[in-house]
Design a protein around this ligand. Structure first.
Ligand code: HEM
Ligand code: HEM
Length: 236
C-alpha cells in the first residue's frame, strides 16, 4: 500500500490494515477523556458554586469534595499528558502526529480543503487516511494540545495561589499570576479555556461518529483496538 509522506493519505492499494494507535495512545485517550469530563463538571461548579448547605459549615465538606475531585483529576491528567509527550518521542510515527501537524506541506492544506468539502457533504468522501485526517489533526493540535497546555499552566498557577507567595508551589508557578497581572485574570483565562476545550470535544465527538459511518476506514473501533481497517474497494 502506497501512502503520502506527510499526510498519511492512502495513494494506492492493495489496502492493508495498519496498527496505528498503540496501547499507550489508546489508554491515554480514554483516561484523558474521563479526566476532562470530570474537570469540566467540577470546574463549572467551582466557577458557579451551588448554594451552601444549611447547618454548621464544619459538618459539610461538599465544596471541598468538588475541589478535591478537580485537583485529583487534574494531577492524573498532567501525569498522563507527560507520559504521552514521552511516548511521542519513543513511539511509532503516528504517536507524534498531534504534536507536529505538517503545516509546511501543500498536500496537508489540500487535504484540509478536501475534508471541509466532505464535512459539508459536497466532497466525494473517498479519501482514506492512515492517521488523523488533516482537519482533525489541525483541531487536535490547535484546540486540544495547545488548549491543554494552556489549561494546565493556568490551573497550576491557580493551584499555587492557594498556597500563597513564598510557598514551593508559588516559587514554581507564581510566574503565571505575574504574567496575567492579577489572580482573577488567571482564573478567567482558565475558565474560558474550558469552553474552548469543550468546543473541541463536542465537534470531535460528532466528527468521530460521522466519520465512523461515512468514511472509507474504521474510526471509533481504531481507538479501541488500535487498528485502522478499510471499507470498500481501493480506488482505481
Ligand atoms: C480540562 C481541564 C480543566 C478544566 C475544564 C478546568 C476547569 C476549571 C474551571 C471552570 C474552574 C473555575 C474557574 C472559576 O472560578 O471561574 C477551575 C478552577 C480551578 N482549577 Fe481547573 N480545569 C482544568 C484543569 C485544571 C488543572 C490541570 C489544574 C491544575 C492543578 C486545575 C486547577 C484548578 C484550580 C486550582 C482552580 C481554582 C479552585 C478554587 O479556587 O477553588 N484545573 N477549573
Ligand atoms: C474529552 C473528550 C475527548 C478528548 C479530549 C479527545 C481527544 C482526542 C485526541 C487528542 C485524539 C488524538 C489522539 C492521538 O493521536 O494521540 C483523539 C482521537 C480520537 N478520538 Fe477522541 N477525545 C475525546 C472523546 C472521544 C470520544 C467520546 C470518542 C468516541 C466517539 C472519541 C473518539 C476518537 C477517535 C475515534 C479518535 C481517532 C480518530 C482518528 O482515527 O483519526 N474521542 N481524541
Amino acid at each position: 500500500m502506497k501512502v503520502e509522506r506527510w499526510t498519511g493519505r492512502v495513494l494506492e492499494g492493495p489496502l492493508e490494515d495498519v496498527y496505528v494507535y498503540p496501547a499507550p495512545v489508546r489508554l491515554w485517550h480514554w483516561v484523558t477523556m474521563l479526566c476532562i469530563f470530570t474537570l469540566a463538571a467540577t470546574g463549572y461548579l467551582i466557577g458557579a458554586p451551588p448554594p451552601a448547605i444549611g447547618g454548621e459549615a464544619v459538618h459539610s465538606f461538599y465544596f471541598g469534595w468538588i475541589r478535591t475531585i478537580h485537583f485529583s483529576a487534574a494531577m492524573i491528567l498532567i501525569v498522563f499528558f507527560l507520559v504521552r509527550i514521552y511516548w511521542a518521542f519513543v513511539g511509532p510515527s503516528h504517536s507524534r502526529q498531534i504534536f507536529m501537524p505538517p503545516l509546511w506541506s501543500a498536500a496537508f492544506w489540500r487535504g484540509i480543503g478536501g475534508d471541509l468539502k466532505d464535512y459539508a457533504f459536497i466532497g466525494d468522501g473517498q479519501t482514506r487516511w492512515v492517521g488523523h485526517n488533516p482537519l482533525a489533526l489541525l483541531a487536535m493540535f490547535g484546540m486540544f494540545v495547545l488548549g491543554l497546555v494552556f489549561i494546565i499552566v493556568t490551573g497550576l498557577g491557580l493551584y499555587a495561589q492557594g498556597y500563597g507567595w513564598g510557598s514551593g508551589w508559588m516559587n514554581a508557578f507564581g510566574w503565571v499570576t505575574v504574567l496575567f497581572g492579577t489572580p482573577q485574570a488567571v482564573r478567567t483565562a482558565h475558565h474560558l479555556a474550558m469552553w474552548y476545550m469543550l468546543l473541541f470535544v463536542l465537534v470531535h465527538m460528532y466528527m468521530a461518529s460521522r466519520q465512523d459511518i461515512m468514511s472509507r476506514g474504521t474510526i471509533i473501533s481504531s481507538m479501541f483496538n488500535g487498528i485502522r481497517m478499510w471499507k470498500g474497494e481501493p480506488r482505481a
